[in-house]
Design a protein around this ligand. Sequence first.
Ligand code: HEC
Length: 424
Amino acid sequence: MLHRAFAILLAVNAASAATAVDDAAAIFTRQCLPCHDARGSAPLRLDSVERIARNRTLARMLIEDATMPPSIALPDANGLLVDRRLSMADRATLLNALSSSAFVNRAFAGITSGAPADSTEPTFAPPHGWTLPAAGGARVRTFIAATINPNPNPNTATRVRGVRFADLGAREQRPIQMAFLAADPRGILRRLEEADDGAEDGAENGGFEAMGNVGPVPSGALGAVSRVRPSFELPDGFCFEIPVGFIAIETLCEPIGRRTRVLPQLAWIPAREGDTRVVKAIAMPAKALRLSANSCSTIEIVHPVAVDMDVVAVLVKGGAFLRSVDVEIEVELKVSDAGKAGAALRTRLLGVPDYRMAFAEPWIFTRPQRVAAGATIVARLGFDNTADNPQQPSSPPQDVESGLPPLSEDAMVVVLYAPARNSR
Ligand code: HEC
């Protein structure tokens, strides 16, 4: 009797072990491969059992400390489209499958790169690449590309749902951490680019070293793509309007240890029939930043809301010193309790407790967030200019002022919204 029970127990264990092995490959294919296959946006390929075996210890560590899969925004925010976290069970299954070479060989024997998705969407790219130095911290470079007609249907000719990297496998895109887009219909930035002739020792000199903001329109007004989110799509019903002319593409690039050619290649995602609400941008820049060496500071940027609106996405731009971001909607309470004048109701739009350039992405809401006229959007940016900041470029830390990375800092929150239908 006892023997039989034991045998059944063993059988059950063997069965669950077998499904665990199958599961690990399925979980890996779903949660890791999209970024780590041959065409994925991550720098390291994990699309064969040999590659997984070689990186198994590092992969295990990064899963354990929740660095992978990446997701640095708080997942409890309402309708935020970034929750890539593993369930406890999936995490345990993956950690177990990665715990020895023998387990890896069993679990991931069938892993292969997915077939590249053939795209028919029209692509665009700047005419000239740029040579990124081998080292020296993150750099901002703005490129200009001619507008292309994103949609052959004349009714939606100028409307797009979003944008994506056209060829993820392209080596020219590997150093690009994030690319922010803005329309430059009058070609202002294109003329700036032409005037920039600081060619270095035969290096390619396309684009120019500046932020891609066009007048008061921030780069990012037409969306953004990043290594962790190579495709940006607005929620159903919303679209960007692309004027004829030029597109400014502001890229944040990270050196990869040798001189590399950088050239963003992008494709519009055409709007569908019902995508008619045109999205605009609110720029909330950090002005006159001064970050003293060996100190932390928080700055607050406020924007009073004039019309009822639906917020569809929040973009954050920052360099090595930006470490946390909180964006809240504040509504002042009209009838305040005695002694509580000025009390406000706060709703969090976005919380990024551990901002890291390498994992930054545009944050899109699955359910657009309604903000009423009279409310205030408040962004709090936390900076760390101490030696404890793992992204600190200077040793010892130096005073930092507004300007371009790597040694200066510029930060901006861009809120993408459409006026509410009922607002006049
Ligand atoms: C949304 C995209 C994305 C997903 C999903 C993802 N990764 Fe990554 N991964 C990245 C990026 C981007 C980097 C590079 C980060 C950097 O440059 O610092 C990276 C880095 C890594 C590295 C370290 C490479 C190095 O040399 O430091 C490992 C290992 C890794 N990922 C494993 C995994 C595993 C395992 C999973 C699934 C549980 C996963 N990743 C899911 C984007 C992703």
